[in-house]
Design a protein. Structure first.
Length: 276
């Protein structure tokens, strides 16, 4: 104890002498104060505020956000369950990723397409090119889903071994109504025998919402040798691959044997040159 009555204590910290001075709090104008290292400080400025019930709880905004998220997730799940209960037919017929699937005892391939803005013309309806792309896409996906897609473009494994590929010799397409921008079309396609060395593929395009038939198409296919570029008979091995998928049904479009007459400038009513 020094002459001032202040207790001096030496604290050894890491080999360094640290001197700390402390004194019991004294009353100054009714408030408690203390002297530390020669400086007088008030208790209310250094002591933390007393903890109450409010500041012991977590952040209210975070708690509210968590509760809101839980309620929204529960509401979404409830709506999905209620929708599945009301429309089981639509759930069974949905194709959320547009990949297509086999239906009707494995004989028909079905795929949905949404008409995009870049697939329409100035009248907001789909172009004939868009519809033809849907026909080609479903035909190839049908072969792929059936497990018959070889290395070629739609050729089966046995066809690839013999350098054979498909050639479309004839296609007839009847469009009753063109779908518009935003519509969803449902395309069904299947195959059937056509003569001794040919195959027929048919398509039906419907409006997904109403079931209205929009387009009917029928085509004839034969095989060609990739090297000789000559038509080929269907080998027995290839026939064994595809005949399990043949449908015994008439074509959706009756065969039209009419041929377009050749254009003769000498007998034409109007002739215009210089067109690009």
């Amino acid at each position: 104890v020094d002459v001032r009555g202040i207790k001096t204590k030496s604290v050894n910290s890491g080999g360094t002498q640290v001197k700390a001075n402390a004194q019991a709090p004294t009353e100054v104008n009714g408030s408690r104060s203390r002297i530390t290292n020669g400086f007088k400080t008030d208790d209310y400025s250094t002591s933390p505020p007393p903890r109450t019930f409010i500041n012991q709880l977590p952040d209210w905004s975070m708690l509210l956000a968590a509760i809101t998220t839980i309620f929204l997730a529960a509401e979404k799940q409830w709506m999905m369950l209620e929708w599945k209960t009301k429309r089981p037919d639509m759930i069974a017929d949905m194709d959320p990723f547009g990949l297509g699937r086999i239906v009707q005892d494995g004989l028909v391939f079905r795929q949905n397409f949404s008409i995009r803005s870049y697939e329409i013309g100035a009248d907001r309806t789909a172009s004939i090119e868009t519809l033809m792309n849907h026909l080609q896409e479903t035909a190839l996906n049908h072969v792929k889903s059936a497990g018959l897609l070889g290395d070629g473009f739609g050729s089966t494994p046995e066809m690839c071994k013999r350098n054979l590929f498909w050639v479309v010799t004839k296609m007839q397409v009847i469009v009753d109504r063109y779908p518009t921008w935003g519509d969803v079309v449902q395309v069904d396609t299947w195959v059937a025998p056509n003569g001794k060395n040919g195959m027929r593929r048919d398509w039906l395009l419907r409006d997904y919402k109403t079931g209205e038939i929009l387009t009917r198409a029928s085509s004839n296919w034969v095989m060609m040798n990739k090297e000789t570029r000559r038509l080929s008979k269907i080998p027995d091995e290839v026939r064994g691959e595809i005949e399990h998928y043949f449908v015994d049904a008439p074509p959706v479009v009756e065969d039209d044997s009419r041929k377009l007459s050749k254009l003769d400038e000498s007998t034409a009513d109007y002739v215009r040159d210089g067109l690009i």
